[in-house]
Design a protein around this ligand. Structure first.
Ligand SMILES: Cc1cc2nc3c(=O)[nH]c(=O)nc-3n(C[C@H](O)[C@H](O)[C@H](O)COP(=O)(O)OP(=O)(O)OC[C@H]3O[C@@H](n4cnc5c(N)ncnc54)[C@H](O)[C@@H]3O)c2cc1C
Length: 432
């Protein structure tokens, strides 16, 4: 334990595994510390895996990674209490190798990823919690663990410890997470025979479907729901901002029960056996809520750095990409015989700025503020859209021009002309 490593990576989720893999492959000595019994036991995800990020790290991952189904169809649903209005995009393009997105089960995936990391030469110790960072002045020089004599030293520490990032908070690098910047998500996995999944979603073999949902399923809170097809199971979940849960008198569990009882969702789950229920936080504060990402001897990657694109439900790919860039920065500096000072580590931020990670987070920087203060997007508009579709599709002897007028009137009555114009502007601002 008195040994010194080039780098200590705290956490064996996607961000930590990506960093440790890259460092070990480049010949640096790496110690990875994970508090779970094994990698994946503490982790929760929907889960969609985006191939691109993993492919950059492990080009042959498809050969043995535990993948469920490749996604050929994406549905987007806006729901009121009894209907949904939606768009479906299904393409044979997504049915050709190499597949772009897969469903997967995180506990299996993290274990597999970690085996690759260990094969590359990183040393992993599990069932060990890093309790604090060791500092020499402002410089991080190692970590203290909950094991006896558990002080371990390194030239750099990568914080890949997930959304709470207690270590960075304790060291004063990271402010306390605000409830408005973090979502609480719950999910269940319902098992059923493979043929049943395939019949219900009109897929065969390893094809899969994703349904992303918004609207009244979140009770007016800022959040979304999801339903993903696995090989022999369906994952269903919902997540909303913690600040909204605090205001509303509904628990996440009740919200999920309500969502599962929705007439458009219930038939898809019928007969399934629920075998797994998990809850986890998701850092959704976006660009404006990001902490400092590096300092003397330390870097933050993945959820610990607020790297989640909530609009597109991307997190694991940002985690892997930030882990990869953090590792590449250290490898380059070592090759150039430069120290891991804050001034040198700013190269990590420059790499992120150049990548899709920061570009996407910057693009949606206004989204959290806009949706927090405008619950009409989750309540009024789903109802209005449903009502409009119902009105137009009900054949009742009323002419279509009159129906259009009725729809226009119901929108104006609910939101006013000014309200509609200002909502359109706000929506554009959130997505600009
Ligand atoms: C319900 C839900 C659905 C999601 N769906 C998707 C999806 O479909 N697609 C997608 O791309 N993303 C999704 N995400 C987001 C995604 O799961 C995260 O962005 C991703 O897991 C972040 O990876 P990470 O390695 O940064 O953190 P984590 O996966 O949280 O890993 C952190 C690791 O650090 C360990 N750790 C923490 N503290 C310590 C400590 N002090 N000492 C030692 N070990 C420690 C933990 O045990 C854990 O293993 C979802 C998240 C949730 C909650």
């Amino acid at each position: 334990m008195a040994e010194k490593f080039d780098v200590i990576v705290v956490g064996a989720g996607p961000s930590g595994n990506a960093a440790a893999l890259r460092l070990a492959e480049s010949g640096l000595s790496v110690l990875q510390i994970e508090r779970g019994e094994s990698p994946g036991t503490k982790n929760v995800q929907g889960a969609i895996l985006y191939s691109d990020a993993l492919e950059r790290l492990i080009p042959d991952f498809r050969e043995d990674a535990p993948l469920e189904r490749h996604i050929i169809e994406q549905r987007m649903w806006v729901l009121d209490d009894e209907s949904y209005i939606g768009s479906h995009f299904r393409s044979d393009h997504f049915n050709k190798e190499p597949y772009n997105r897969y469903t997967m089960i995180r506990s299996q995936f993290d274990k597999w990823f970690s085996e690759r990391v260990q094969k590359a030469g990183a040393l992993l110790i599990c069932e060990t919690t890093v309790s604090e960072l060791l500092l020499d002045g402002k410089r991080v020089v190692g970590v203290r663990t909950d094991r006896e004599g558990g002080e371990i030293y390194a030239d750099a520490v990568i914080l890949a410890d997930g959304v709470n990032s207690l270590l960075a908070k304790r060291a004063g690098f990271h402010p306390e997470l605000e409830p408005k910047d973090v979502a609480l998500a719950v999910k269940e996995i319902h098992f059923m025979p493979q043929e049943q999944v395939e019949q219900r979603f009109n897929v065969k073999g390893e094809e899969g479907v994703v349904i992303e949902m918004a609207g009244k399923i979140t009770n007016g809170m800022m959040g979304t729901g999801f339903l993903y097809t696995n090989r022999e199971s369906i994952t269903v979940g919902v997540g909303c901002m913690l600040s909204d849960f605090k205001k509303q008198k509904i628990t996440p569990y009740e919200l999920l029960e309500k969502m599962k009882a929705h007439p458009s969702i219930k038939p898809m789950l019928e007969g399934g056996e629920m075998k797994e229920y998990t809850a986890h936080l998701i850092p959704e504060g976006g660009y404006k809520a990001m902490p400092d990402l590096y300092g003397d001897g330390w870097m933050i990657v993945g959820d610990a750095g607020m790297f989640v694109n909530a609009v597109h439900r991307e997190g694991s790919n940002l985690a892997m990409t930030t882990g990869m860039h953090a590792a590449d920065t250290l490898v380059e500096l070592r090759q150039e015989e430069k120290d891991f000072t804050a001034d040198n580590l700013k190269r990590y931020k420059a790499k992120l700025d150049e990548s899709f990670v920061m570009k996407d987070l910057k693009k949606y920087k206004n989204m959290p503020d806009v949706f927090h203060s405008n619950p009409q997007f989750f309540n009024d508009y789903p109802e209005l859209l449903s009502e409009a579709a119902r009105t137009m599709l009900t054949v009742d002897g009323v002419d279509k021009k009159t129906k259009e007028k009725q729809i226009g009137k119901s929108f104006r009555k609910r939101r006013s002309m000014f309200g509609l114009a200002s909502d359109a502007f706000k929506f554009w601002r959130a997505m600009e």
